[in-house]
Ligand binder design. Structure first.
Ligand code: GLY
Length: 388
């Protein structure tokens, strides 16, 4: 089967693009392609920006979340982190809406001697990779965040790991996309990508065929449910995360930086919302909030930042990360000519937004493979025998 998408494929100067999924990834790709002159339709089974784009915490944590064995993913994450300030500025200009990209940095704190030993080990790995991460003593970290638990024994300071308000990003992307004149179809579930002789013809919504030259599958955790036969379904599954938000006094917030502690992270917003996340659960699309999940989040958060005790709980919710087989995104040509994947972003959908948009629009408009995205093609999941 073809996995190429070279410029001659886009036979018309105004190709018709159907995007499946109106999360931040689908909206941003649609915005940029429509801006470049393509005729764009975006379809979503629900409302735009209501899935993981709404549920996320908006951490742009390339350094704090760096894991051994994920060096190629780190390159992609760092490139996207570099693109974020320009992306946020362009989005705010196009939409007239703020996205609250905040250069506040991230602290990863240790509460026990064991935590500290683990963080020291992580720090050595981060230094080996040349990442901008510093070690802070307990006293130094409490000077930056006076409300932290007194027993904090040390912390990693990640000065380039910032945050954006993902809900504001989604709202701004919807507004920017709509200014281009593209068509956004909400409550329009795409069941199937229609194809003939290995080449896409469009998407099926119920019995209706919406013709398209190119189909971008950006349906996050729901990507596997879109029939792309004769190609096999994408190996993407939902990874449930429970979260909650407390309300701080915005004039006297008890936390200024993004904070990682054992078992939890806390993200302070400008309006005083303090987001606490997140569980990691293999439960399919189970939307229940559980006592155990919420208790664990609050207990871990309280151990790191005891002052949360008196804060009101203002929201609790569940989201679904789109997890691929190796937890890295799936970017690039699909197994049908004209099919493009932009999904599987797992824990990093907001972080990876700018680089994903660049990779996918470059591919569609110029047939160019982004060097940072190149290792993340769907072909890495093909059975060896079929790949040879
Ligand atoms: N990146 C945060 C999360 O997946 O919970």
């Amino acid at each position: 089967m073809s996995e190429s998408l070279s410029p001659p494929f886009v036979a018309t100067s105004r190709p018709r693009i159907a995007i499946v999924g109106a999360g931040v990834i689908g909206l941003a790709i649609g915005w940029k392609l429509a801006e470049a002159g393509c005729r764009v339709d975006i379809f979503d089974a629900g409302k735009a920006g209501a899935g993981a784009s709404h549920a996320a915490a908006g951490m742009l944590a390339a350094c704090a979340e760096a894991e051994p064995g994920e060096e190629a993913l780190l390159g992609l994450n760092r490139e996207s982190q570099r693109l974020w300030p320009g992306f946020a500025a362009a989005l705010e200009a196009a939409s007239g809406l703020e996205v609250e990209y905040r250069e506040s940095g991230t602290l990863v704190v240790a509460l026990t001697a064991d935590d500290a030993a683990r963080l020291r080990h992580q720090h050595a790995f981060q230094q080996q990779l040349g990442l901008p991460v510093e070690w802070l003593t307990g006293a130094e970290v409490r000077r930056r965040e006076p409300h932290l638990a007194t027993k904090i024994s040390g912390a990693l300071w990640c000065p380039q790991d910032h945050q954006a308000d993902n809900r504001k990003v989604a709202a701004a992307l919807k507004a920017a996309a709509l200014t281009t004149g593209l068509s956004l179809h909400e409550d329009a579930s795409v069941a199937k990508v229609a194809s003939t002789a290995g080449r896409v013809r469009g998407v099926m919504v119920g019995d209706d065929l919406h013709p398209a030259d190119i189909v971008v599958l950006a349906a996050g955790a729901w990507s596997r449910g879109v029939d792309i036969a004769p190609a096999p379904p994408l190996p993407v599954r939902p990874i449930k995360g429970q979260m909650l938000a407390l309300q701080m006094d915005p004039a006297a917030p008890i936390l200024s930086h993004v904070l990682w502690g054992p078992g939890t992270y806390l993200v302070p917003r400008k309006d005083g919302r303090l987001i606490i996340g997140a569980t990691v659960e293999e439960k399919g699309f189970d939307t229940s909030l559980t006592a155990g999940g919420q208790l664990a989040l609050l207990t871990h958060a309280w151990r790191a930042l005891p002052t949360i005790e008196e804060l009101p709980v203002i929201e609790q919710w569940v989201g679904f990360r789109p997890g691929s087989r190796d937890d890295a995104p799936i970017l690039g040509p699909g197994a049908l000519e004209g099919l493009v994947f932009a999904t599987g972003h797992h824990r990093n959908g907001i972080l990876l937004l700018p680089v994903t948009v660049r990779a996918i629009t470059d591919l569609i408009l110029a047939g160019r493979t982004d060097p940072f995205a190149a290792p993340f093609g769907a072909d890495r999941f093909r059975p060896r025998a079929a790949a040879e």
